[in-house]
Design a protein. Structure first.
Length: 287
């Protein structure tokens, strides 16, 4: 077992020691992982989450573990879906947290309690005399999740229950998987022979596809050209729906740059994605 001590509260070190003692009681080895260094003044939850997974992934790799288990519950899933709904996320975001997903290095992240209400876990611990800690940051209104948590009883009264939010996540995950599968097939069909760092897609094939599929096909191409991961949906929509698709359908050449990738609709009507050339420094001419 492993506990991440973020060092954000005075009580965190004692809580980590309590987990270590409970682990020893059941015969499990335990390691406390410290988040050291300067903490950000803003965006603490996101930074803490990134640090937590980095520490846990490194520890799992060091001990040769293949699966990382976390304690996220149905309540956490409902809050995640609600946060992403407020942010205007698409199906991928509204699918919430996955019960299982791959992490770097061949590690699998699994959330075995994702369908279980937090109250059920608390009741189980109380019934079996298992000690647990309550994190006061869960009630700190400086952060979005605690504010939403206070609203949940009111939303539940209107019918927006945790169970319904989680059902929405399941439906979005199901539909998103179908769209992703269709996009992978369309990408393979539209792909023309290209070097590894250059993606050439048949514009005629793209023009006939639904917008949702074209978004994903272009997203796949961007991921192949760049190692920075998926593009944010809003930026991808602006690129594809407002620029690329209109140019493809009108037969108009186009050049756009997105995160150091050149996105070009060629005079022949195809779509080519390639690394953008280095930007020239202003004021510099030939020596």
């Amino acid at each position: 077992m492993a506990t991440v001590d973020h060092g954000l509260r005075p009580e965190s070190a004692e809580e980590a020691r309590a987990v270590a003692a409970l682990s020893a009681h059941f015969g499990f080895p335990h390691r406390t992982l410290l988040w050291t260094g300067t903490k950000p003044a803003r965006g603490i939850p996101a930074a803490a989450r990134a640090a937590r997974y980095a520490l846990l992934t490194a520890h799992a790799s060091a001990i040769g573990a293949g699966i990382l288990l976390t304690g996220h519950t149905r309540d956490d899933q409902a809050e995640t879906v609600l946060l992403r709904l407020l942010a205007g996320s698409g199906p991928a975001g509204l699918a919430g947290m996955r019960a299982e997903r791959a992490l770097p290095g061949g590690l699998c992240l699994a959330r075995p309690f994702l369908t279980i209400p937090k109250a059920d876990l608390v009741a189980y611990c109380e019934a079996h005399g298992l000690a647990f800690a309550r994190d006061p940051s869960n009630h700190d209104d400086r952060f979005a999740r605690p504010r939403l948590r206070r609203l949940m009883p009111m939303l539940t009264g209107e019918g927006l229950t945790a169970a319904r939010l989680c059902r929405l996540a399941e439906r979005c995950a199901r539909d998103g998987a179908a769209l992703d599968s269709a996009a992978a097939i369309a990408f393979a069909a539209a792909l023309r022979g290209s070097p590894e760092d250059r993606i050439h897609l048949d514009g005629a094939a793209l023009r006939t596809l639904p917008d949702a599929i074209v978004l994903r096909v272009v997203g796949l191409g961007l991921e192949r050209v760049s190692a920075d991961g998926p593009e944010r949906l809003a930026r991808l929509e602006r690129l594809v729906l407002e620029a690329v698709l209109p140019a493809l359908r009108a037969g108009t050449p186009l050049r756009r740059t997105l995160r150091a990738i050149l996105v070009a609709v060629t005079p022949a009507g195809d779509l080519v994605l390639s690394p953008a050339p280095p930007r020239r420094e202003r004021g510099l001419g030939p020596a």
